[in-house]
Design a protein around this ligand. Structure first.
Ligand SMILES: [Zn+2]
Length: 171
């Protein structure tokens, strides 16, 4: 499945989109082609286009720089590591914990939710840190933009994309 890297007007990577979405952006004149898959051509009655490999939006993308609060992004921020006992596990064996429990008005936010293994989650239960005598590895914060959190690369994505990834953020 071919994917397209979408850049904003300043050539900053916004996200990775499906080629179908990329074609829509192109034909509605909202983006320009920066690079294409030279051997993949889309044909319809009215047009023939090479599949976009990299597109650049004509306008600034408003929502692109904030990391979305999702279960998987919390795991990525915490390096798939239980924030209490520091064990690293695959996503299917992890859960998350409200540092201040929901029953004590703890919110579901970046600052109050951490990655947790199931035994630690059971051990902590609806208790606060003090009550459970458990310690966090680090204070949870909202993460800033990163390739891992915002783009989710796959192994067969084109190497040309790396030319557009900010060097200091690449890891
Ligand atoms: Zn644990």
């Amino acid at each position: 499945m071919m994917r397209t890297l979408l850049l904003d007007v300043n050539y900053f990577p916004v996200k990775i989109i499906s080629w179908q979405k990329a074609i829509t952006l192109l034909v509605t004149n909202r983006a320009e082609m920066i690079d294409e898959y030279s051997d993949k051509i889309i044909r319809s009655v009215s047009l023939s286009l090479k599949l976009p490999k990299i597109l650049r939006l004509y306008q600034t993308h408003k929502l692109s720089y904030s990391v979305r609060f999702t279960r998987l992004n919390v795991f990525h921020r915490d390096n798939f590591q239980c924030q209490y006992c520091s064990i690293r596990l695959p996503a299917c064996e992890l859960t998350f914990d409200h540092v201040v429990p929901v029953s004590k008005k703890g919110e579901t936010t970046w600052e109050n939710v951490v990655t947790c293994c199931k035994p630690c989650n059971t051990k902590k239960g609806p208790k606060t840190l003090q009550e459970s005598r458990m310690k966090l590895l680090k204070t949870p914060r909202k993460p800033s933009w990163s390739i891992e959190l915002c783009l989710r690369l796959k192994e067969d994505d084109p190497l040309e994309w790396w030319d557009f990834f900010p060097k200091k953020l690449a890891s």
